[in-house]
Design a protein around this ligand. Structure first.
Ligand code: G6P
Ligand code: MN
Length: 438
């Protein structure tokens, strides 16, 4: 089997150890020979380099090479796969995305509402630049992308690099399935879910359970209505997210929604109790960012120690499984973010949607739904698609007017007055990251 050269773009991310742990546990299916860590933040990249070296030693896998670089050519040339998790502006700018809208009484969130749009205008620039390096140095490599906000990134890549070998994917649905399976006593690995939407903006249509040979979504909905969803293994903000997901099922019991819909359907409840001076970005900087930095320093101080552990989860598993499904032509099923082109028949064809797909040596082959989706979901999605498209227009055309239209149309925004205030504030906060809007 061919030995694989993999680049993790955004190597300094806190998700890197989890991805590498999964890689090391799946070496038979995905025989990685070289891991390259690419990041513009040399210090964070070095922390992860130290950690990955340690993990390789701990697991006795000294045959795998690892290198780190800030230079695109060194990172991409000769690569077979690139996993992207770059975050343009880092957690410092995520903090701004969350806090600016919150100060105006609106949802302040990393990928949803106006925070997501601010991040989108930053992220497209960095991501498209990276894609142009990849087109130059490794046009044959597969890019598996986790960089957010994914619908906006996917739309911009569709316009600029329509033939790029990229699969955009999000681990949220697999995460939801694991939580629901664990909570209500199923093995979610035995599920064949039907799901449609935009990224962080969709619904389950059915969930076929192989063991019981039926769609178990109706019984899951009954259980959620009766018990709610209690999930406190990942901290307060995820506990609240799953609580809100349970709430959405109670109010709209036809389908199980993606948890992120809370920011559009119940923005008032979503911001209730949020602290404008300490948001999720702060919790992460004080939590996993700090913790990994400390662990890297512990390893630097004592190269002999072997007692520090780095786990993995669905996030790493999903992307490694997808790469393995391409490499070994396995036709495994994932949710991917792709141009609609008929997958959802009654939604505009040029929308970028998130739907199930089989992934094989050719890439992603999306599944087409034969039935129209309901007007409630379609209406919400159409507005969101239009807002996202306007934002991508604003980026390419450097248009203030298009950005303002996008901000106004975002369904977390009640007034064009507030949209304009926030836009103007965000232009200042994002100086050097956003295109200059005229
Ligand atoms: C899920 C989503 C990602 C998102 C992450 C945020 O995994 O699918 O798109 O970035 O949650 O998690 P965090 O711990 O950074 O708030
Ligand atoms: Mn996601």
């Amino acid at each position: 089997m061919k030995k694989i050269t993999l680049c993790i773009a955004g190597g300094g991310s806190t998700h890197t150890p989890g991805i590498v742990r999964t890689l090391l546990n799946n070496i038979e299916k995905f025989p990685v020979k070289t891991i390259r860590l690419y990041d513009i933040d040399a210090e964070k990249n070095d922390d992860m380099y130290v950690i990955i070296k340690y993990m390789l030693k701990q697991q006795g896998l000294n045959g795998i090479e690892v290198m780190k670089t800030e230079i695109p050519k060194e990172a991409f040339e000769g690569c077979d796969f690139i996993f992207s998790q770059i975050r343009v502006g880092g957690f410092k700018m995520r903090e701004q995305d969350e806090k600016i809208p919150l100060r105006h009484g609106l949802v302040g969130q990393e990928t949803c509402g106006l925070g997501g749009f601010a991040y989108g205008l930053r992220s497209m620039g960095g991501f498209l630049k990276m894609m142009s390096y990849i087109q130059e140095f490794a046009p044959e490599a597969w890019v598996l992308n986790y960089t957010n906000p994914e619908s906006i990134i996917a739309e911009s890549v569709r316009r600029r690099f329509p033939n790029a070998k990229i699969i955009n994917a999000c681990d949220m649905t697999i995460g939801i399935e694991e939580v629901l399976g664990n909570t209500f006593g199923y093995d979610s690995k035995d599920w064949i879910p039907e799901y449609y939407g935009l990224n962080h903006f969709g619904w389950y249509k059915s969930i076929y359970d192989i063991a019981s040979q039926k769609d178990i979504m109706p019984e899951l909905i009954d259980k959620i209505i009766e018990n709610g969803i209690h999930w406190d293994r990942a901290g307060e903000s995820w506990k609240k997210a799953y609580y809100m997901m349970g709430h959405m099922v109670k109010v709209f019991p036809s389908n199980i929604p993606n948890n992120y819909l809370e920011y559009y359907l119940f923005p008032d409840m979503a911001i209730d109790g949020e602290d404008v001076s300490y948001t999720r970005a702060n919790a992460i900087m004080d939590g996993r960012v700090k913790e990994l930095k400390e662990k890297a320093d512990m390893i630097r101080k004592d190269h002999e120690r072997t007692d520090i552990d780095f786990g993995s989860g669905v996030h790493g598993q999903y992307i490694v499984d997808m790469a393995s499904s391409i490499l070994n032509n396995l036709n495994m099923r994932f949710k991917v973010i792709v141009p609609n082109k008929g997958a959802i028949p009654n939604l505009r064809q040029d929308a970028v949607v998130e739907v199930p797909a089989y992934v094989n040596a050719k890439g992603a082959e999306p599944i087409s739904f034969r039935e129209d989706i309901p007007d409630f979901h379609k209406g919400l999605m159409e507005a969101q698609v239009a807002a996202e498209k306007l934002l991508v227009d604003a980026f390419f055309e450097k248009s203030y007017q298009k950005a303002l239209q996008a901000f106004t149309l975002n369904q977390s925004v009640p007034s064009a007055r507030i949209a304009k205030q926030i836009l103007d504030e965000m232009i200042i906060a994002n100086e050097g990251y956003w295109p200059e809007l005229k």
